[in-house]
Design a protein. Sequence first.
Lengths: 174, 107
Amino acid sequence: MSNSSFTPSTSPVGPPPANTNFQPMSEGKGSFGSTNKPSSSWRKFIRKPTKQSVIVSVIPFAFLERTTTSWAGFVSAKIFHTIPEGYRISVSDPDAAAIVTRSFVVEVSPSGEEYIATSRISNTYEFGATPDQAISTYLEFLVDELIWLQKNEAQLSPSIQEDLRLLQRYLRIV
Amino acid sequence: MGTSLRDLRSLLETVLQFECDESRSHTRYFLRVNDRVVAETHYSRSWRGSTQIDDSTVSKQSRQLKCSSPKFLRRLLAGQAGRKDYLDDLLKNKHISQEEFDTLSSM
């Protein structure tokens, strides 16, 4: 993607939850180092997250620039957004909403000409023209997925029921 | 070889014979046997027929479809494996029972 660029979010930023284990990026695509133990060089970018904000964790631009080894590494950089406990996700089709009952991290990375958002609480994914749009459509899809799985719960195979249980640990339809 | 949404839809609808639910905001496919949903997946509403599906997405889809590996899903998408191979894979990894396998095989 030739025109991709990451702009540091002006939203409050903070480290990922302590119980989150990120996979290291693939070889040759740079590394952010340990996300659980941020180095002092980028501590200055961190602020305490608030419950009012969706976007609370962004790897700072300057940090990426210093630590990636190539331009390809830079454009492949991932962004991690923590969705805080208590956050409400509203969708219009169907008209529904869910509350985040446990914070989780959404991972956004470039994919073709779009951005793909994923997380460890589901095998689902969604795309968007911008990172924020990818996160927004992804959260909407999670709600849709939860509704669909709950509606068909009695008919789900054990492995899909496990998928539902995992999702229910983080989201509740209200 | 790249994989497009067209390939994915063809695989799900024609080869694997998944049911399609377009009643919601997202297009969802699922495989049902004896009133039990054993696999389900979706595709992004932003996709068009020629949209290329990258490896990380195929990996996610392989988990949704309960494939034993992304490589196996790639083989399905490339036409190098078929419905019987998929059902064998589901049975082998205990996502369906022998009875369900027999039912699906006879359809």
